[in-house]
Design a protein around this ligand. Structure first.
Ligand SMILES: [Fe+2]
Length: 210
């Protein structure tokens, strides 16, 4: 069962502001598949994202695809009678709460067009290039119904290159104003007790450090 994050006697302390972590991209984004074989054929074969690691236990397979120094990984849980769903990127759907779509980065517009051609050659449906201003993208769907996007920054806001034109919400949430004023009040969260406690046991069984 999930713990109750708002229970008064379990209120977490605010973390102490200090030297931020040296983030270096995604390690892996873990998604779920009901058909790992089809997933390998699409991600390795069509997407050209090499399968670089596989893990298996009695309960699941867990495969990793390299998307340029970061991985997209999939779990295939054995005996899970899961309902599969799919939706386009950026379209509200009550079945989806935590995850909307996955956008992979490409270096320039030519690379976006080359991927579009590659997808179409495999029979995969893909949109035209959509211009979002500082981002241009194509959209498609992976075999698991994961809404996919491939994008290139026409004006890259990462690695300290963000400027005022990247902040296009005319009425942002209060936290944004607090960032600007240098007075952001952070929030903290608690573990989901039961499942999180089980993680070490699961990975010990798999022979891999959690
Ligand atoms: Fe997106």
């Amino acid at each position: 069962m999930a713990s109750e994050p708002t229970a008064p006697n379990r209120q977490p302390p605010f973390y102490v502001d200090g030297v931020p972590p040296e983030w270096s991209g995604l390690n892996h984004l873990a998604l779920v598949t009901t058909d790992m074989d089809r997933t390998v054929r699409f991600w390795h074969g069509v997407m050209g994202a090499p399968l670089v690691a596989t893990v298996a236990t009695d309960d699941f397979r867990h495969y990793f695809f390299d998307v340029g120094g970061s991985c997209v990984a999939f779990f295939e849980y054995h005996g899970l009678d899961a309902e599969t769903v799919a939706k386009p990127a950026g379209v509200p759907d009550s079945r989806f709460f935590q995850f909307d779509h996955l956008s992979l980065n490409l270096p320039d517009e030519a690379a976006v067009h080359e991927l579009k051609t590659r997808l179409e050659a495999s029979g995969t449906e893909v949109t035209d290039v959509v211009d979002h201003g500082f981002l241009r993208s194509i959209y498609f769907t992976d075999p698991n119904g994961v809404a996919m996007e491939a994008s290139w920054w026409t004006s890259d806001p990462t690695s300290g290159r963000s400027s005022t034109h990247h902040f296009a919400d005319p009425d942002p949430v209060p936290a944004v104003q607090e960032i600007i004023s240098g007075e952001l009040k952070p929030v903290a969260t608690l573990l989901v007790d039961g499942p999180t406690t089980d993680i070490e046991d699961i990975w010990t069984t798999a022979g891999v450090d959690a």
